[in-house]
Ligand binder design. Structure first.
Ligand code: ZN
Length: 500
């Protein structure tokens, strides 16, 4: 095949990807609208619209001519470091995954998940696992079928994991967590002791929503979020979504007695938003213009939320501005605020967990879902196993399934292999922050002065701009010199929570 034919194939592929990205942007807007402003009565019509668009994009991408174009590009072989080569590699990966599933299986999975989500919400409200049990059994069975179609080398779980974290293996996660867990537990005891003097509701007071909105926006802008290309709205479950170039939407929720809920929600989502705003516009719609993986995405939210936003340096700088918006905070010193927002205490709910216990919640879920997928744990035995393992890990007796195995929505969506990316995000965040500080020794002084441009610039170069040019672990190696490991995060936790 000659060069002009290859070029034509690549251009056709590129044009198809751009068309799909246009429709996906519209789909993301419909999803955002569903979570923010849509009247409830529109739900059946919205579901029909979303199903139509997802079917359309799947057909456009899995059409036989797309396979021919990818093949033509592969046969030609672009220069190894070129954008064309990286895009072709990633299109091949996505194409093979998408075409391995018959559309009937995709449809059945989506139908089952829609019903399961509804049953889960009801089961959680009543704290009755049996109500959700048959749905979870069906979703597991479909996940196993899909994993078998996608294929794997070591275990089924890997095929599911690969859809969220390219190249990750359950065996590697097991090794990583086996080291991480006991080290985390060794931090937990003394950290809880040091937090005993801080009461749970230390900062509770009146924080008007308008003042929260003003403070949240001021800080998000200061760290670099571009409000000319994004906005913040209200939703029950905070999230951030990129609709396309120049349009990144975040959401948060407000508690008038606790400003930290909306504030840390915004800092977390702004971390995701900065990643989205840092992707190259000229690569929009192609793998090079897309985020690398979920574990890399989560590293960005955790870095801004925890490493920047929950630090002494942050509160030393922002205390006057926070007091301007919330005069009630004047009675607390920056040190008191930092101690309150970093209080460590085992609790039942993952999303409310502190930085030390958070990953124990994740490791528990990873171990259980791995057993479920591999057939080593029956769904009927899940609640008992959850409660037993939870008590071993965090020393608390789970009072009911609503505060136990029914608390998260992920399994009801059929999303297995998702939870471990949260811990990868925490580990990656510490590792990236450690390296950024080594690369720019003046960074700590800058953060104390509320100057974030150099940190953001470093993240743009090492993490945002490459898109999917490298697989996640290759990106980590290039940015920090090593693949994801737990030592930088443990060192950070020991320094922060034990003063060690
Ligand atoms: Zn996140």
């Amino acid at each position: 095949m000659n060069d002009s034919t290859t070029l034509a194939a690549y251009e056709k592929l590129h044009a198809r990807a751009k068309e799909i990205a246009l429709v996906e942007g519209a789909t993301a807007l419909l999803n955002w609208d569903e979570e923010t402003f849509m009247p409830r009565g529109a739900l059946p019509f919205r579901a029909e619209q979303l199903a139509f668009f997802s079917g359309w994009t799947h057909r456009q991408f899995t059409a036989p001519e797309v396979g021919d174009w990818i093949k033509a590009c592969e046969d030609h072989g672009f220069a190894p470091d070129s954008a064309e080569s990286a895009n072709t590699r990633e299109w091949r990966r996505s194409y093979d995954r998408a075409t391995k599933l018959p559309s009937e299986l995709v449809e059945e999975f989506n139908r089952t998940a829609t019903l399961a989500r509804d049953a889960w919400a009801e089961a959680r409200k009543r704290s009755e696992f049996v109500h959700f049990q048959p749905h979870l059994e069906k979703l597991l069975q479909l996940n196993r079928q899909m994993a078998d179609k996608w294929g794997y080398v070591e275990c089924r779980y890997d095929a599911l994991l690969d859809g969220r974290e390219r190249g990750a293996l359950a065996s590697e996660l097991k090794t990583l967590f086996a080291e991480f867990r006991p080290a985390l537990v060794s931090v937990l005891g003394p950290a809880v002791e040091r937090s005993r003097s801080v009461s749970e509701n230390f900062l509770e007071a009146d924080y008007p929503i308008a003042a929260q909105q003003a403070f949240n926006r001021e800080v998000a802008e200061a760290i670099g979020f571009d409000f000319n290309a994004g906005r913040i709205d209200t939703a029950t479950h905070p999230f951030c979504t990129g609709l396309g170039p120049g349009d990144t939407r975040m959401t948060t929720r407000y508690n008038e007695r606790d400003f930290t809920e909306s504030f840390y929600g915004v800092l977390h989502e702004a971390g995701h938003g900065l990643y989205d705003q840092g992707l190259k516009v000229e690569h929009h719609g192609t793998p090079l213009g897309s985020a690398c993986s979920m574990g890399i995405h989560e590293s960005q939210s955790r870095l801004w939320e925890n490493h920047v936003g929950r630090s002494v340096a942050f509160w030393e700088h922002w205390h006057p501005r926070a007091c301007h918006h919330f005069p009630t905070l004047k009675k607390f010193s920056p040190e008191q605020i930092v101690r309150a927002i970093n209080r460590v205490a085992p609790s039942f709910i993952r999303v409310e967990a502190d930085q030390v216990t958070y990953d124990l919640h994740i490791i528990l879920r990873f171990e259980l879902e791995l057993k479920l997928i591999e057939g080593d744990l029956k769904v009927a035995d899940l609640p008992a196993m959850w409660n037993e393992e939870f008590e071993k890990m965090l020393g608390l007796k789970v009072p009911d399934d609503a505060r136990g195995c029914l608390q998260d929505t992920h399994w009801s969506l059929g999303a297995f292999g998702y939870f471990p990316t949260y811990t990868l995000g925490n580990l990656n965040a510490s590792q990236l922050m450690q390296r950024a500080t080594q690369d720019s020794p003046q960074l700590e002084t800058e953060l104390r002065a509320g100057r974030y441009a150099n940190l953001l610039g470093w993240l743009r170069e090492k993490v945002h701009v490459p898109g999917q040019r490298h697989a996640p672990q290759e990106l980590m190696r290039r940015a920090t010199g090593q693949a994801t490991h737990s030592e930088p995060h443990l060192a950070y936790l020991r320094r922060k929570f034990l003063g060690a």
